[in-house]
Design a protein around this ligand. Sequence first.
Ligand SMILES: [Zn+2]
Length: 253
Amino acid sequence: MPRERTYRTRAIILKHRDQGEADRVITAITPAQGKCTLIAKGVRKPASRKAGHLEPFTHVALLAAKARGWDIITQAESIHSFPGLRADIDRMAFAYYFAELVDAFTQEEDSQPEVYDLLLRALGYLEQGENLEMAARWFELRLLRLSGYQPQLFQCLECGEPLQPVTNYLSLERGGMLCPRHGEGVAGAEPLGVGVLKILRYVQSQPYAVLAQLTLSPARGRQVEGLLASYIRYVLERKLKSPQFIQQVTRLR
Ligand SMILES: [Zn+2]
């Protein structure tokens, strides 16, 4: 009989769901294999020692065995379970959101070590940091960049001219900014003031340590959050229609 092929990997657990009587299906992101679906057998039995290591957002060292369907987790040991994050409902809510975004933006069998690193750092900021909103904006813009959807915030997408400090136009469809000459009156292009554009540029270009010092008024904060949420929604809807994504979904059926 051929020996089972086992492998070791680090992973961050994105989510899990119950399967059958005692098993759990785990979605995780790994440095080398990208997003993976694995199964942990018997993990819901009281005697199982694996369960605690396979909770969402846990950074874990896995030993897994290749299988026909989902690979099987044979050992799981936490590297860091982010206890400071778990103790706080607000931090937890952001962590769920980050994991959901990574799940939505990544495909299986598509190695993206930068996304893995990004999520690990972002969970650290959520655990230690005080400015959770800014951690979220930082994370959103970094994930968009790594996924190839970085919004163009510095030049007009039509003429390539640097944007002037006036009201310019944001087009979700084009993936960024248009100057007044090319944006005004264009369907789907919304006016965007200098103040908000400056904040978006700042978040896109500065490290979290710098951004953590930045306090926005609640209104400004909501405006920036809303803009990025619309952009992410737009990108994900377009992604849903992409051939690569459809292929992946079909394969899962
Ligand atoms: Zn232009």
